[in-house]
Design a protein around this ligand. Structure first.
Ligand code: AMP
Ligand code: MG
Length: 491
């Protein structure tokens, strides 16, 4: 696969398009009237080996909008299926087009995809387009997640199209240039499985192992599918533990939104929790609370069970023999998750080593936070100050009791307090993208074309574990009248 850099630095390779043709449809982006860059990610461009200065321009906007293709691009839309709120559907990229895979200076491949780039073979009734607000939301939140150290797809740019999109109202159109280590999802495997085509499934397994789990090429070929299942499960346990750590609620954990790479994908009606409540739901379409904060581990296990089902024909010739080991693996999820969750909570509480009181200390604090509707982020961050928090609900006998037990446990750390504080400050962000602030930023951009607030937010979210006086306004939870209780997909 020889490639030459174009003047923007693209050296696109085509790997996905070498998979069996059933898995995609070639499809060029539909040109837009007046592309203009709204946000451009210079650091990510440099990371990808792109020429940021050349790309952040009118010519770059035309390319990022799909009006002009980079060299060696063979644009395509990917086929996939998925369980949406528990119900199986045939889906596919209805509005996203993969331009190709960029080999970054780190030696790895990254998908360059334009989301909102026009209709594809999988668009069904949709217009293939996206509105500015939701694309900015994805840019802001995905970049915030990256800065928090959480695996995620990334955002290279948001480009306005100069064209309206028609939703419940008329909105400005935009395209997001999304970067992912691949866009293969559990839904991609479900698509292959639905065709009952072993060769197709095997090709996908080989692709995913080569791309994301090269260490598995070392083991016997027949054992690879089960080993892949385990490796994917471990990555998703780490991912959901990281979400729980920062109070992130994905909102649409359908199987088509679960990547094989273990990256967070598809920032629709997602949000970070302000006051702690395990049943918090933001998504306007999640009426049953299926994807509530505390349900995320169980839903991840459910999604991984759907993944496991697709692999059964490759695990053993006789499906009966495959079910046993696959089920055993899926059933080990709660125990594996529980251990990693507790390890994460130890970090949030500055605890070293293991002590029998740790689990109770963590759950008692959460129960207390729930009873007080305490702010999740600020409560944990306040614990990493050197003195006992005393304001508001912390000035209570219940809290003081918990605090004394915690101090006693810290005393058994056999490490200086400084180490605990350091661990806590690296595990408890000072700044998260608070929903009311994100909504304000999106509103200003959509209704007035004003990106000042979006840029300010991006700047403070770039160093979420560092606190400083100029960040104070971004730490304030919403006043009752500012509270955003619902978020919308905005597709
Ligand atoms: P999502 O909720 O973003 O995960 O999308 C679910 C499915 O709907 C995917 O197959 C999308 O490609 C498709 N979709 C979402 N919005 C549009 C649109 N405006 N036009 C065509 N397809 C869409
Ligand atoms: Mg999706």
């Amino acid at each position: 696969m020889t490639t030459t850099a174009d003047r923007f630095g693209f050296t696109l390779e085509q790997h996905y398009s070498l998979l069996p043709a059933a898995l995609f449809s070639y499809c060029a982006p539909t040109s837009v009237t007046t592309p203009g860059i709204a946000l451009f990610n210079h650091a990510l461009a440099a990371f990808l080996g792109l020429d940021a200065r050349t790309l952040d321009s009118a010519e770059g906007a035309a390319l990022l909008a799909g009006n002009v293709l980079p060299e060696h691009s063979t644009p395509l839309a990917q086929a996939y299926a998925g369980h949406q709120f528990g119900h199986p559907n045939m889906l596919g990229d209805g509005r996203a087009i993969l331009l190709g895979e960029q080999r970054a200076p780190d030696g790895r491949l990254y998908d360059i995809q334009l989301k909102g780039a026009g209709r594809t073979a999988y668009s069904r009734g949709g217009d293939g387009r996206a509105a500015l607000g939701p694309m900015l939301r994805e840019y802001l939140i995905s970049e915030a997640m990256h800065a928090l150290g959480i695996p995620t797809t990334r955002s290279l740019a948001v480009v306005t199209t100069g064209e309206p999109v028609y939703r419940e109202e008329v909105l400005p159109g935009a395209i997001l240039a999304r970067v992912a280590s691949s866009h293969v999802r559990v839904g991609t495997f479900q698509f292959a499985a639905s065709r009952q085509d072993h060769a197709l499934l095997q090709a996908l397994v080989d692709f995913v192992i080569a791309r994301h789990y090269p260490e598995l090429t070392e083991i016997e070929r027949q054992k690879q599918p089960l080993a892949l299942m385990e490796a994917v499960m471990d990555r998703h346990i780490d991912l959901v533990v990281a979400w729980m750590r920062v109070g992130f609620i994905h909102g649409v954990l359908n199987t088509d939104n679960v990547t094989l790479s273990g990256e967070t994908i598809d920032y629709g009606p997602c949000a970070f929790m302000d006051s702690y409540h395990p049943e918090t739901v933001f998504s306007s379409i999640d009426h049953q609370g299926r994807y509530a904060y505390a349900n995320q581990p169980a839903i991840t296990q459910w999604n991984l069970a759907r993944f496991a089902e697709t692999l059964l024909p490759l695990i053993a010739d006789d499906p009966e023999q495959a079910v046993g080991p696959a089920t055993e693996l899926i059933q080990s999820f709660p125990e594996r998750y529980g251990k990693k969750w507790l390890a994460m909570m130890r970090c949030k509480l500055g605890l070293f080593g293991e002590d029998s009181v740790d689990q109770t200390l963590a759950t008692d604090l959460l129960k207390w936070m729930q009873s007080q509707a305490a702010d999740y982020t600020n409560t944990f961050r306040a614990l990493s100050s050197e003195t006992r928090p005393e304001s508001g609900p912390c000035d209570s006998a219940d809290f003081r009791n918990w605090y004394d037990r915690w101090q006693a446990r810290l005393g058994r750390n056999n490490k200086p307090l400084k180490s605990s504080l350091c661990l806590m400050r690296n595990s408890n962000p000072a700044i998260i993208p608070r929903n009311h602030q994100v909504e304000k930023a999106l509103d200003a951009a959509s209704s007035e074309g004003d990106l000042t607030l979006a840029r300010q937010l991006l700047a403070v979210l770039a160093t979420p574990y560092e606190d400083s006086p100029d960040k104070a306004t971004f730490k304030v939870p919403p006043a009752p009248e500012e509270r955003v209780c619902q978020t919308f997909c905005g597709t």
